[in-house]
Design a binder for this molecule. Structure first.
Ligand code: TXA
Ligand code: MG
Length: 336
């Protein structure tokens, strides 16, 4: 099977037809592309796990067309929790926010990997919304990459990741945010950020006390190694030139935040600049695509420049650290 990339109204109709038959298709969202299947059809959900090579212990996000569908997939602990969720939904949906709530018993256990909580979100992408409007069921959709690999931010990225495993990819252009949704557990009035993303803790703090992230690894998706390139990736916290000169590698690639100095550029086999103007939102939107290109370049190591950890910079650095985690020399300092 080789995935076809389809677009426009006909593409939407085809995607809907596949989903009604219990097949899985890749759909664009404003964060990253998702691999979608009928959340109420365990066979379709199983196909998602299979195509991604994802362990059955790692739960999926359920995508709704609007917050009015929440009662079909989630339960509320109290009227005050309901009110808090309604406020969050009014402020951030449709958009890049995922909420963790108590699971509705009718939702298949496979979706939530057997746990009693469910992750829900309403995406802002018009094509994903159009698909949902034509269906009478919500869609489970994790990012459309092989498990643990770099998330796709274009239809072509999805084809490179899952082309042989799925029939159809709906073309929706490059993803606006380029970084997965912020995941927030809503518990006892507190908001706990389980995964940083485009909606920042500053934005959330208007809707509840933002609890400090706990140290416990809550889901396999929050394992230290994730979003991993094949090549070794080292994060540069100090002067780029020092790092590149100190490296024994002949062909370094550089993932730069802003445009580096010409002398640095000369030393690099491959270069990606996330945002010439130093804009963190733009950097986030380009991050995965740039990482993917450097991973495919002729370089033998990727140096990644650390970004300021403010706003969405928190989410970018979270992904960068996970991408570097498997690297053998990630913690080597220049002075060792
Ligand atoms: O932006 C996004 O959220 C994208 C688009 C496609 O919607 N989706 C996405 O899904 O990033 P995925 O599966 O790649 O990442 C979802 C993360 C995983 O780390 C999973 O373990 C966690 O959410 N998760 C899902 N359900 C959960 C639950 N009930 N409790 C805690 N974590 C959960
Ligand atoms: Mg993912």
């Amino acid at each position: 099977m080789s995935a076809r990339i389809v677009s426009g109204g006909e593409g939407v109709d085809e995607a809907v037809a596949f989903l009604r038959r219990g097949e899985v298709v890749a759909l664009p969202t404003e964060t990253v592309y998702g691999l979608a299947g009928d959340a109420f059809n365990p066979l379709a959900v199983a196909r998602i796990f299979e195509a991604k090579g994802r362990p059955l212990t790692d739960p999926l996000i359920v995508h709704l067309p609007e917050s009015g569908w929440l009662d079909r997939v989630a339960l509320f602990d109290s009227a005050s929790q309901r009110a808090q969720v309604d406020q969050l939904a009014a402020a951030f949906w449709p958009g890049p926010l995922t909420l963790i709530l108590k699971k509705h018993p009718d939702l298949p256990d496979l979706v939530t990997a057997g746990i009693q909580d469910v992750a829900v979100r309403v995406t802002a992408h018009p094509l994903f919304q159009e698909v949902l409007r034509q269906l009478n069921f919500p869609l489970s959709a994790p990012s459309a990459n092989r498990f643990g690999k770099i998330s796709p931010t274009s239809a072509e990225d999805v084809r490179n990741e899952l082309g042989g495993m799925i029939p159809l990819i709906l073309e929706g252009g490059p993803c606006e945010h380029g970084m997965e949704s912020t995941i927030v557990a809503v518990k006892g009035g507190d908001l706990e950020i389980l995964r940083p993303g485009p909606i920042t803790s500053e934005q959330l703090s208007e809707y509840g006390h933002v609890a400090p992230p706990s140290e416990v690894v809550k889901t396999p998706g929050s394992l230290p190694s994730h979003y991993a390139p094949k090549k070794e990736l080292q994060i540069i916290e100090s002067d780029i030139m020092d790092w590149i000169s100190a490296s024994a590698r002949k062909n370094p690639a550089l993932l730069a935040f802003r445009s580096p100095m010409p002398a640095v550029i000369e030393q690099c086999t491959a270069l990606e600049v996330l945002s010439c103007s130093g804009d963190l939102r733009e950097a986030a939107a380009h991050f995965y695509g740039a990482l993917r290109r450097l991973d495919q370049s002729k370089s033998d190591i990727i140096f990644a420049e650390a970004l300021p950890e403010v706003g969405i910079g928190v989410a970018i650095m979270d992904r960068m650290r996970r991408a570097s985690h498997g690297s053998r020399h990630a913690s080597v300092s220049l002075h060792e």
